[in-house]
Write a new protein. Structure first.
Ligand code: ADP
Ligand code: ASP
Ligand code: MG
Length: 412
């Protein structure tokens, strides 16, 4: 029997009514002849609440216990959805990560899926089970402890199951009806895209468009999973949503496909470090060891053998970064006069495959920001994106101005 993966995000399982509504969708696909693997998130707001409790209890928490706590939200929705389906006379069973088992690395709070053996669930399907309701976002480490896959990780659970089971499609049901040219919460001019290339979606996701977790797009691209994003609130239709697909399957590429932003950034500057071979390794090695995800890096020109080193990281990692740098200083491996943290910045990016063949896209971005009087603090570019770090208070304005400048309201 063909298999379908259906993932329901937090707002789609926010209360019992929504779980009932999602279950009806699942029932439709069962009636269409599929064995369904449903992947559920925690009820919306639940994971944030759990993360808050962990931070309040222990600011530099043990990540194994963070995972023990924050993975629990998904267990509730998986059980409730299985019960609701059973009430509808559909043979359904819930599965926590360890029961499948979803085998992951031991990188707690940010683990990667290594394997999903299909035997246990296949055996139940063979026995007449129609729906496996899997708790998203969680797995089990080689040491036998519960892990989580990073925020938004249920998307990755869904795509990984689709790849492991050779599913016909992976449908991601969320609170918007597809992938837009930018977050529709920021501008009403945002347009839904019928299709978007894996590469573009990958960049948009990694630059902050949280509609899909980055790793889920990576997996879909690698295993060629047919990935669709659609709304759980609209009537079912074959044409609904956005198909994330190979570049060749898109007729015409826009120069810029979308604008992404990330609010949760911080800029840190080490003032006056020795400008010598090995200094970058001496700074960024300890940061990596401390689990700090460094993004943009700028090294100033040096004066009298000393320089300033600036980098950006998520602002909830500032404390970890400061501790790693103070420890490195105490051990004598680096020396600096001061460490300045600017927690009031945001990153805004434009993404598009068409940039490969169009010159002047970055210049147009910079002119647009100039015309709005927005100062750029750091810039990074790649073949298909340009990102800038700016004051957070201008973030919405920057996104709207760039959306206008690249005429994305005309996109489709
Ligand atoms: P879920 O709980 O279903 O996983 P998320 O909140 O993680 O949902 O992701 C959906 C949200 O992503 C939308 O409500 C929207 O605000 C945001 N978003 C950001 N960028 C985009 C984009 N380019 N297209 C669509 N949604 C976007
Ligand atoms: N509940 C988790 C989170 O909020 C995972 C997910 O929803 O994808 O990050
Ligand atoms: Mg999500």
């Amino acid at each position: 029997m063909p298999t379908l993966v259906m993932k329901f995000g937090g707002t789609s399982v926010a209360n019992l009514d929504r779980i009932a509504r999602a279950s009806k969708r699942v029932a439709l696909e069962v009636a269409n002849g599929y064995n369904v693997i449903v992947v559920v998130s925690a009820m919306s707001g639940k994971t944030n609440e759990l993360v808050g409790w962990v931070n309040e209890t222990s600011p530099l928490y043990d990540a194994r216990e963070y995972d023990a706590v924050v993975s629990s939200g998904e267990n509730v929705t998986a059980g409730l959805m299985a019960l609701r389906l059973q009430e509808m006379d559909i043979p359904a069973r819930s599965w926590q990560g360890w029961q499948v088992p979803v085998q992951t690395t031991s990188a707690h709070a940010n683990a990667r899926i290594e394997a999903i053996p299909t035997d246990n669930i296949e055996a139940k399907f063979a026995d007449g089970m129609k729906v496996a309701v899997v708790a998203g976002f969680q797995g089990i480490s080689p040491e036998g402890r519960i892990t989580t896959l990073g925020r938004g990780g249920s998307d990755t659970t869904a795509v990984a199951f689709a790849a492991a089971f050779g599913a016909e499609r992976c449908d991601i049901y969320t609170d918007v009806d597809g992938v837009y040219t930018t977050d529709p919460r920021i501008t009403s001019k945002a347009r839904k895209l019928d299709r978007i290339a894996f590469e573009e979606m990958l960049e948009l996701a990694s630059l902050g468009a949280k509609v899909l977790q980055t790793r889920s797009v990576e997996l879909a691209m690698r295993y060629r999973v047919k990935l669709r994003v659609l709304s759980s609130f609209e009537e079912p239709s074959d044409q609904a949503g956005t198909l994330v697909c190979a570049e060749e399957d898109i007729m015409e590429n826009n120069v810029v496909a979308g604008v992404a932003y990330s609010r949760d950034e911080a800029k840190m500057t080490l003032i006056s470090v020795a400008d010598r071979p090995g200094i970058a390794a001496a700074i960024f090695g300890p940061l990596a060891d401390a689990g700090v995800n460094v993004d943009m890096i700028v090294q100033n020109i040096s004066e009298e053998g000393r320089t300033d080193m600036t980098f950006s990281c998520p602002f909830d990692q500032v404390k970890r970064a400061q501790k790693a740098m103070e420890d490195a200083k105490a051990s004598g491996s680096i020396n600096f006069h001061d460490l300045v943290a600017d927690e009031g910045v945001a990153k805004v990016s434009i993404v598009g495959i068409g940039m490969r063949s169009h010159a002047g896209v970055a210049a147009k971005m910079f002119e647009t920001l100039r015309d709005e009087g927005i100062n750029i603090k750091v810039i990074t570019t790649s073949e298909i994106k340009v990102s800038v770090l700016i004051d957070r208070k201008y973030m919405e304005l920057a996104v709207q101005a760039l959306h206008d400048a690249f005429e994305l309201e005309k996109a489709a």
